[in-house]
Write a protein that binds this ligand. Structure first.
Ligand code: NAD
Length: 541
């Protein structure tokens, strides 16, 4: 019960630490990395505050050192899934009645734990689980997760403040109820912050969650649960279930009180889940909310007026950071003929300078791709490209999975703008360039807009202001996050709300109030002060 209108802290983005030689943060994260590397941790299921280690376990290993065992995670049986749903529903009444300032306090504490005492742990676990170098781990696990937690509190406060007009003789108010039932969060391997936020966003709005993390993020998922627990999220509000995604989803989506899906992952899986929900619609108590952020085939379109070093850096960082395993990674590049040779030479030089190996060595810009399937799939595309007349391998094209899943960053050039690597999401360090005649920029923009099914991110690089305005209009629906004179990746919470449309998702913009609105079901309450006691209108004598 609150007796005051409380304000929440104004969020600021968590500063990114440098990890320079001899810095205390570098020393701490490396020590934590070594300790976690040797920890042999078992990750249990988390159901109603209980930690359950199941009989069937799966091995966790670093992608850059796959013979090493980090520990094991529990594989749920069907009964565990039902128990997790029951635990969530049992926790729901208390949590939805917990006042906002207390829900917010828990989230703000989780943010301070992430940025403070857990910083080295969440970063080191992300380096180990997902093979991120320290810079990529820092901007994701420590900073973006803390940002999500802090900014969401401010966005929620703004949402709650939106109230209807008052009328004569009546009081109107809107109560932003959580959804009735539970939310199912299904999360990808590639961002620790996304995994945490897909649970935390609905929970902040008073919902309870069953969380199915990716098998390939389990090691850092445990640290997220440790943080939530220490921050004081009550038992049952977030329940972690790992194991067979099909079995788990079948049970969850069968439940009448399934109230919403918060998904990030591939387009194919999202479409499948949506179809399942549609087929089961008649059994639900409410129409479930469906929020999904999915794949991308993100572009950089370069105009002949572009600044060449800007383009070279945008392709190098946008295409190859985290081995191209960002949904926003640039993977199809359109270069004007007059400056293409100079740009390609610059990118090739950068690629040749990349150091590749374990994230423990902080000089490494490139580490391993996530797992053997991804490695084999990417190698398939590279080997095929080598055989094609219409494709030239300009850099990279080598790979080695003996110790870790290492793929040398690869630059392809094609004469066919519809070549498969210009259209398909590869999710790896493979970038394809198509060179167009300078004067054909208009028709090439049309090509950019229609080449792929996706609409996630894209960038144009140019100095000509008329071109920038024109291209921004032509590509209006080609990207939900559109960048001018920058790479198309690296969205920051609160600054660049993230998401795309077309096959890339529902575009509910993670890290914004729009996303939080999907997790509430507003109730309008009208109270009449002196109610009418006669049904007749004044015009009726
Ligand atoms: P994925 O689709 O393989 O897995 C995502 C989640 O879905 C995992 O938890 C997985 O276990 C689960 N899953 C897999 N098959 C399932 C099934 N049949 N039924 C139910 N659940 C199932 O994706 P990933 O490899 O972890 O992540 C990479 C993908 O995520 C890429 O396509 C990338 O573009 C996308 N992504 C998008 C965004 C965005 O904001 N748009 C952000 C990050 C990643």
């Amino acid at each position: 019960m609150q007796n005051g209108f409380f304000s929440v802290p104004i969020p600021i983005n968590e500063p990114v630490l440098d990890y320079k030689k001899n810095s205390p943060e570098r020393k701490e994260v490396l020590e934590t990395y070594t300790a976690l590397y040797n920890s042999n941790i078992d990750v249990p299921l988390y159901i109603g505050g209980k930690k359950i280690t199941t009989k069937k376990l799966a091995r966790m290993s670093p992608p850059h050192d796959h013979k090493h065992t980090l520990g094991r995670f529990s594989i749920a049986e069907s009964s565990h899934v039902t128990e997790a749903i029951d635990a969530a529903l049992a926790a729901s009444p208390n949590w939805e009645n917990t006042s906002f300032e207390h829900r917010a306090a828990v989230m703000l504490k989780a943010a301070d734990l992430t940025a403070g005492p857990y910083r080295a742990k969440i970063n080191a676990s992300t380096m180990l689980a997902q093979s991120k170098n320290i810079f990529q781990a820092e901007i994701d696990a420590a900073c973006e997760f803390a940002d999500f937690l802090r900014f969401n509190v401010a966005f929620a406060s703004d949402i709650y403040a939106q109230q209807p007009k008052q009328g004569s003789g009546v009081i109107n108010r809107v109560e932003y109820r959580p959804l009735e039932g539970f939310v199912y969060a299904v999360t990808p391997f590639n961002f620790t912050a996304i995994a945490g936020n897909l649970c935390a966003a609905p929970v902040l709005m008073g919902n309870v969650v069953v969380w199915k993390p990716s098998d390939h993020q389990m090691f850092s998922a445990k640290i997220i649960m440790d943080i939530f627990e220490e921050a004081g999220i009550p038992p049952g509000v977030i329940n972690l279930i790992s194991g067979d995604p099909v079995m788990i989803s079948d049970i969850v989506l069968d439940h009448p009180q399934f109230a919403g899906l918060h998904f990030t992952g591939s387009t194919e899986v999202f479409k499948h889940l949506w179809q399942q929900i549609g087929n089961k619609l008649t059994r639900y108590k409410n129409y479930p909310r469906i929020v999904g952020e999915t794949g991308g085939k993100d572009f950089i379109f370069v105009h002949h007026t572009a600044d060449i070093p800007t383009v070279i850096t945008a392709i190098t960082r946008g295409g190859y950071e985290f081995q191209g395993q960002k949904c926003s990674a640039a993977s199809r590049i359109y270069l004007p003929a007059s400056i293409s040779d100079e740009i390609i030479a610059g990118v090739v030089e950068n690629i040749k300078s990349f150091s590749i190996g374990s994230p423990e060595d902080m000089n490494n810009f490139i580490t391993a791709v996530i797992h053997e399937n991804a490695f084999d799939r990417l190698v398939g595309y590279i080997e095929q490209a080598k055989k094609e007349d219409e494709v030239e391998v300009l850099a990279g094209g080598t790979f080695d999975k003996s110790k870790g899943y290492f793929i040398h960053p690869t630059l392809l050039k094609t004469t066919n703008p519809h070549y498969t690597t210009m259209e398909t999401e590869l999710f790896g360090p493979v970038v394809t360039v198509y060179v167009y005649e300078d004067k054909a920029w208009e028709s090439t923009l049309a090509l950019v807009n229609t080449t792929s099914d996706y609409g996630l991110t894209g960038a144009i690089i140019a100095q000509d202001r008329h071109f920038i305005e024109h291209a921004s209009g032509k590509l209006r629906h080609a990207a939900g996050n559109f960048y001018i004179n920058d790479k198309p990746s690296g969205a920051v919470v609160g600054q660049q709300p993230f998401g795309g449309s077309r096959a890339s998702g529902t575009n509910d913009k993670a890290g914004s109030a729009q996303n939080l609105l999907r997790w509430v079901s507003p109730r309008l309450i009208k109270e009449t002060l002196v109610p009418a006691t006669d049904f007749r209108y004044p015009c009726m004598d």
